[in-house]
Design a protein around this ligand. Structure first.
Ligand code: GUN
Length: 294
């Protein structure tokens, strides 16, 4: 049996169409234009491609958007001052600092500097804390997008065995927390595997829903997956270039083999990636509405 392919691209397009209607109405009825700044430090090729895609989506939705490029050697104080400038700019509702940052910059300090009301990435400790206790807040975009995909795929999460591979602050840790919440799309029994996990296969084999954010190409092979599992692949690994110079991408799971075993699977590209960007757009609209008291 070949798995159903969960097209993040299609789901993202549907949500973006709904958002466009909302943005047009915000502009016409209330004179509110959602504003987003994406700050890129240095020229990491993956980061450049991510912020370009985020800006493109913002532009297509009719946001006021700024791409702020800073040199890799920017002083930490200068970056903090830049964030403060956007904190004080009423036309900007969402501030995103693309990660990772160069080693001389303290990432935690930078994330703390963003006004939590403009933290559309959901990385500020105030938003992280609210997420953990289940209060309304900006949810981190990748786990939020994955949640939407799982809900829309029709997979039952209540009481399901969910295994998350990877414990990053951006994906693994928030994903675990969201799947635990006692509400639709959550209420699961959650296990998290990481680099010190022994016998990883024992855990992954139990998973009804397997979410992989390991950051390594094809680390999950077909023998590690239960028959009929739903497999969500968060990995975006650049494994080469086409003769035209375009990056060749692959995920963290062995897609070709696992699609013959799973009941549903996300492709790379076209799976989780477009959802991350869409959830950023959704958070920015939410931030603009909150700022306007709507
Ligand atoms: N780097 C990788 N993923 C993300 C993300 O979702 N947000 C930011 N700011 N940086 C990232």
């Amino acid at each position: 049996m070949s798995a159903k392919i969960i097209s993040g691209k299609e789901v993202a397009e549907t949500i973006r169409k709904e958002l466009k209607v909302e943005v047009d109405e915000l502009k016409e009825k209330y004179g509110v234009t959602p504003g987003l700044v994406t700050i890129l430090v240095g020229e990491n090729p993956a980061s450049v491609s991510y912020v370009t895609a985020k800006q493109k989506a913002a532009h297509e939705l009719g946001f006021y958007s700024i791409q702020d490029n800073q040199p890799a050697d920017i002083a930490e104080d200068a970056l903090l001052a830049l964030i403060e400038k956007y904190n004080n700019n009423p036309a900007i509702h969402g501030i995103l600092v693309q990660l990772p940052l160069p080693r001389h910059v303290n990432e935690t300090k930078v994330l703390y500097a963003i006004n939590p009301d403009k933290d559309v990435d959901g990385f500020h400790p105030v938003n992280v804390g609210k997420m953990v206790i289940g209060e309304r807040c900006f949810l981190p975009c990748t786990p939020h997008g994955i949640l939407e995909l799982i809900i829309r795929s029709g997979a039952q999460t209540k009481g399901a065995e969910v295994v998350v591979v990877g414990r990053s602050n951006i994906v693994g840790k928030p994903m675990v927390n969201l799947m635990l919440q006692k509400r639709a799309g959550g209420d699961a029994t959650v296990t998290v595997c990481h680099t010190s996990t022994k016998n990883m296969v024992e855990h992954t084999k139990r998973a009804d829903i397997l979410i992989v954010a390991a950051g390594r190409p094809k680390v999950i092979t077909a023998d590690m997956v239960k028959d009929g599992a739903v497999v969500i692949d968060v990995g975006v690994n650049r494994i080469g270039k086409t003769p035209e110079g375009k990056a060749i991408l692959c995920g963290d799971v062995d897609f070709d083999a696992i699609k013959e075993k799973a009941s549903a699977i996300t492709p790379v590209p076209g799976g989780v990636g477009p959802m991350t960007i869409t959830m950023l757009m959704k958070n920015t609209v939410q931030a603009a509405k909150q700022a306007a008291g709507l």
